[in-house]
Design a protein around this ligand. Structure first.
Ligand code: NDP
Length: 265
């Protein structure tokens, strides 16, 4: 019987995940189909998952923390950070994983050794990435619009800032994990702050993919080497697909067909 997978998000229409996973399933003859589900209310995640008869799912903005709450069991890195981006139906139980952080480490390999990072944003993606950076002994400062979500990062001994009175330092890498620029033309922080930050960094990375965000446009204008979230998307997608097929397909083959899907869009 064909298995059904999905991505939950709000917004979700921009997601390339259906194309990526369907390209793998089709070309590697795995009997499965992957759809988009526009979910506004994160508390309905679990019911919707089982009502649709899903075998697994990905979760995107803004439901990754709700996904963690919805799980019967959370495994690996996801249990450490409280953020879930991949769900598996294991005999009627909802099992949660996080593949975002490893996907991001894969994406920044080409920048070489990174010792200190300014991470902008304090949502689910930020939590996963910061915890992963700390595991790799990278020093992280966090900058977020609001104060509320910063307590998690203070507990990890990160230096945390809101926009008020923020003064930049020299960073190897600045990462945007906010959704500013996803569906609008906003910078992740006010223009003067962003100018200052980008004048003091070697590399820039955005979690958003598929468009040149205002953040990346500014980096480009300043001749800073930058990358969007496409490689992170590829990395997290390959790892999620391995979980979906319960390791029945070779990781290298999954990667080849996911990369192929990027050329189709
Ligand atoms: P969350 O909703 O959990 O967090 C969003 C964060 O963005 C919060 O810190 C919020 O600040 C901040 N924010 C939202 N709007 C603005 C704005 N206009 N200006 C400044 N800050 C803002 O989202 P996620 O962490 O799940 O996802 C974040 C982004 O990363 C999304 O764009 C998503 O598409 C992308 N992503 C890409 C992946 C990839 O594979 N390439 C994987 C995962 C995510 P506040 O606390 O003040 O509300």
């Amino acid at each position: 019987m064909k298995k059904l997978f999905a991505i939950f998000g709000d917004p979700v229409s921009h997601s390339r995940s259906p194309l990526m996973h369907n390209c793998v399933f089709k070309n590697l003859n795995y009997k499965a189909c992957y759809i988009r589900v526009h979910l506004k209310d994160g508390s309905r995640l679990k019911n919707t998952f089982f009502n649709l008869g899903l075998s697994g799912a990905n979760v995107t903005v803004p439901h990754k923390e709700a996904a963690f709450m919805a799980c019967d069991e959370v495994r690996g890195f996801a249990s450490k950070v409280g953020v879930v981006n991949t769900l598996i139906n294991e005999n009627g139980k909802l099992i949660g994983y996080n593949t975002d952080a490893d996907g991001f480490m894969f994406a920044i390999e080409e920048f070489g050794e990174i010792k200190n990072i300014l991470l902008i944003g304090a949502g689910g993606t930020a939590k996963a990435l910061v915890s992963r950076f700390i595991e790799d002994n990278i020093k992280v400062d966090v900058l977020n619009r609001g104060e509320k979500r910063l307590s998690y990062f203070k507990d990890l001994n990160c230096t945390c800032h809101t926009w008020d009175g923020f003064k930049t330092k020299k960073y190897d890498l600045v990462v945007n994990t906010t959704s500013a620029g996803l569906k609008d033309e906003e910078l992740p922080a006010p223009q003067d702050i962003m100018e200052d930050i980008l004048n003091n960094t070697s590399f820039v990375a955005d979690a958003i993919y598929g468009k040149l965000t205002p953040f990346l446009k500014l980096a480009k204008k300043k001749n800073i080497i930058y990358k969007d979230g496409a490689d992170m998307l590829l990395g997290q997608g390959v790892l999620a697909n391995e979980l979906f097929v319960n390791h029945a397909l070779q990781k290298e083959d999954i990667k080849i067909w996911m990369q192929h899907s990027f050329r189709l869009s």
